[in-house]
Design a protein around this ligand. Structure first.
Ligand code: GLN
Length: 382
């Protein structure tokens, strides 16, 4: 007899980001699929890591993260969102934003719990919920604005609702939550046992002078929340896989029980470097403007193609409609775009559980101008 794995995720294949990046490499395509910058990160930050290594910070860091880095994060939160959080009890450094989210779900969810998830949803959310034996309750964002229908949310709340997952700025759509959304959320969770998981990895990638509606602005909501962030997105180093989660003490205490026996502690020299680099607020404050210029430049270039933009208010991404070009499904079209035209984008339908075809693709514009130009030149041929 052979050992046989009874799959915990029988319906799940390989993530679209790996699939499309492989396809892009195979066809030598301009890769506007997976969200990562193709320009250089700060050389100063790289040198700081080097220095930290030379200074001997090469052993385990504190289980919850380098204390100085956590202090700097707490200072930043107070400055940006006006809320005091305790770096000792409320912050844990994690190996990336996805891990921060997974750990929050694993901390809270029991088999049979329901989690409200808005679709399209980042592709790790559903497997992260299901691997814990919980049930995603899917609510579509309203096409094409990708806004939340809060009346529908009210209808989907049951005694088993354990958590609501939010993501602003939103991947893959670039939509953002407004103050009104927060008010609606507040009225729904008030006097309930519902937790909030807020994925804010794109907190600084927000455009047009819009204020990021972090849950950390709202102390009453924070009391029931896990708020997740990414250093990779903030400092153009997605490959470093470092992020953090902020949650009130009682929640974070349980969170650390999971974290300590999974990863224990994160890359130490990188945490030293980030603690120093974070002292200069300009390093993260400038990011929105820089990316906004890229969004606008890409839109300008894409105006010469038959693709039609949907608005992007934040994130690395903009959705483009292709209904003037093809009737194909998003998947078929995205594959053909890579194979025949040498440009890779992500079909938005992969962020839905059920088959859907709005004829929209997600393009990542966090790229060098030359990359965006090359992509647009190829897309003009359609
Ligand atoms: N967040 C990135 C994206 O949406 C990719 C992250 C990943 O590959 N897991 O493209």
């Amino acid at each position: 007899m052979q050992p046989h794995i009874h799959s915990k995720l029988p319906h799940i294949g390989t993530t679209i980001f790996t699939t499309m990046t492989n396809l892009a490499i195979q066809h030598n395509a301009v890769n506007l699929g997976q969200g990562f910058p193709d320009f250089m990160m700060s050389e100063e930050l790289v040198s700081l890591v080097n220095e930290a290594m030379k200074n001997g910070h090469n052993q385990y860091s504190h289980m919850a993260g380098l204390p100085l880095l956590r202090e700097r994060i707490a200072q930043k939160v107070e400055r940006l969102y006006g809320t005091m959080i305790d770096p000792v009890t409320d912050i844990t450094i994690t190996p990336g934003g996805t891990y921060a989210i997974y750990t929050a779900l694993t901390t809270v969810l029991q088999p049979g719990d329901e989690v409200i998830v808005f679709e399209p949803a980042f592709d790790s959310y559903l497997p992260n919920i299901e691997v814990n034996g919980a049930i995603p309750i899917l609510i579509p964002l309203q096409f094409p604005s990708y806004s939340i229908d809060w009346d529908l949310v009210r209808k989907k709340i049951t005694p088993r609702t354990k958590m609501i997952m939010l993501n602003t700025p939103h991947n893959p759509t670039g939509s953002v939550l407004s103050k009104n959304d927060i008010e609606q959320l507040r009225s729904i969770v008030h006097n309930t046992g519902i937790f909030i998981l807020s994925d804010e990895v794109y907190e600084h990638l927000i455009f047009d002078d819009i204020e990021h509606q972090s849950i950390l602005r709202y102390p009453d909501l924070y009391q029931r929340s896990f708020v997740c962030f990414s250093f990779g997105k903030t400092y153009n180093c997605t490959g470093w896989k470092l992020g953090y989660c902020i949650a009130p003490p009682a929640l974070m205490n349980e969170y650390r029980k999971i974290h300590q026996f999974n990863c224990f502690s994160c890359n130490h020299p990188v945490q030293h470097a980030l603690a120093e680099f974070m002292e200069t607020a300009q390093h993260y404050l400038q990011l929105g403007n820089m990316l906004q210029l890229k969004r606008d430049y890409f839109q300008q270039l894409m105006a010469h193609t038959k693709f039609k933009p949907l608005p992007s208010f934040g994130s690395y991404f903009q959705l483009y409609r292709y209904d003037a070009i093809s009737e194909e499904s998003e998947n078929e079209f995205a594959i053909r775009l890579t194979q025949e035209f040498g440009v890779t984008a992500i079909p938005v339908s992969v962020f839905y559980r059920k088959e859907i075809n709005n004829k929209v693709l997600r393009f990542c514009f966090a790229k060098k101008e030359a990359t965006l130009e090359q992509a647009a030149e190829r897309l003009m041929k359609l």
